[in-house]
Structure formats: C-alpha cells, structure tokens
Design a protein around this ligand. Structure first.
Ligand code: SF4
Length: 80
C-alpha cells in the first residue's frame, strides 16, 4: 500500500511504542502522561488538526483530550 500523508506523520509520532491505554484515560485528570508524550512530539500540530478534522471522539490526540478538542471546535466555529 502507498504511504498516505496520514501514515507519514504517524511514522514520526512520539507515541509509537507507548502503551495505547495511556492515550485513552478514563478522565481528563488522568491524561497527563499522554499529554507529556504529545508535548514532546514533533507532529503534534498535524495530529491535533487531523483529530479535529476527523472529529476523533476518543482519546488524547495532539495533546488534547476529547473535551478539550470539543472546546476548540466550538471556539473555531464562533470565530469563523
Ligand atoms: S501528538 Fe500525541 S497522539 Fe499525536 S502523534 Fe504525537 S504523541 Fe501521538
């Protein structure tokens, strides 16, 4: 299969090899470990934009929890 833009940035993801459970905390308060990985990740912005564009519902993406991404989407809608 040809690599896609998505798979290209995912290959540089700092979360590769990290236990997936870390990125699916039960509460926002338990998301600190995932966020720490994200904030050291060189593709954080692309990951976050992908999650926002695809309305990714679960987990921490681009350093943001589901609740934080919903807030970002609302803020963008208001300022559009
Ligand atoms: S920003 Fe976080 S979730 Fe996204 S690729 Fe990087 S480490 Fe993984």
């Amino acid at each position: 299969m040809e690599p896609t833009k998505t798979s290209t940035w995912r290959q540089r993801a700092a979360c590769r090899g990290v236990e997936p459970e870390v990125f699916y905390p039960l509460t926002d308060e338990e998301a600190d470990e995932a966020k720490a990985v994200c904030f050291s990740c060189t593709v954080r912005e692309r990951c976050l934009e992908w999650a926002l564009a695809n309305r990714e519902r679960d987990g921490v993406w681009g350093g943001a929890t589901e609740r934080e991404r919903r807030r970002m989407i609302r803020q963008r809608r208001r300022s559009a």
